[in-house]
Design a protein around this ligand. Sequence first.
Ligand code: GEK
Length: 249
Amino acid sequence: MSQAKDNIYRHEQSPADFVFDDKVAAVFSDMISRSVPGYATIVSMIGVLTERYAQENSCCYDLGCSLGAATLAMRHHLGMKNCRIIAIDNSVAMVERCRQVLAEDTAVAPVELICGDIRDVEIVNASVVVLNFTLQFIKPEDRLALLQKIHAGLLPGGMLILSEKICFRDPALDALFIEMHHRFKRLNGYSELEVSRKRAAIEKVLIPETIAEHESRIAQLGFSSFDVWFQCFNFVSMVAVKQGQQDRQ
Ligand code: GEK
């Protein structure tokens, strides 16, 4: 697939509200790798974690799959475990492009690609569930129910991989990491104006939480382990494991 450059916020008439439409889908790979510190590492380690946690004859879910980066990382690490991947996104433009990406891929594990809302789909027989920078776009009041459904659909010993943009309780640290993130974007070729326009547009739809807020929700649901395995400034990836059969004895 072509790697078109993200110039969406270069122009004065750039969109006021951020939406995952065709314009965004067309430049998404470039946009996310120049905007999220550590994105490539996180995606590739999702493959490594999947290799360890995918269970025979189970399902792996990629919730908010966009162009299928995490789906592909999982697909290439499933070996002969007879797993199925279910990739879901509610943006028609993303799903159409993701279908083309998957068609060009040669790995054998079956992928079911669904255009739908992750709050409405069933999660069953899951050994790995990925929310790679997706929960942040779900209304805060809907987050607990979604995670509850994921916990219920995970097999014992199954893993949730949750990557998020976060905020910090300490206002000085919060301001520092926002500034560092903007510097990261400037180093990756975005202008000052592009950074501030995008910030204004995305603030209405991307609601970050602190690590403590994520941890307390996860603990409330009864996951047996939780921790951050990757962090760069205000971007983290966390893992939560559902209690395994052996842990109960
Ligand atoms: C990656 N995981 O490259 N239901 C389904 N999809 C949704 C919903 C919803 N309710 N809300 C948002 N999305 C990907 C990157 S991007 C992150 C994920 C970013 C989808 C939305 O359409 C978009 O494709 C994705 O979640 C978030 O590993 O742009 O910062």
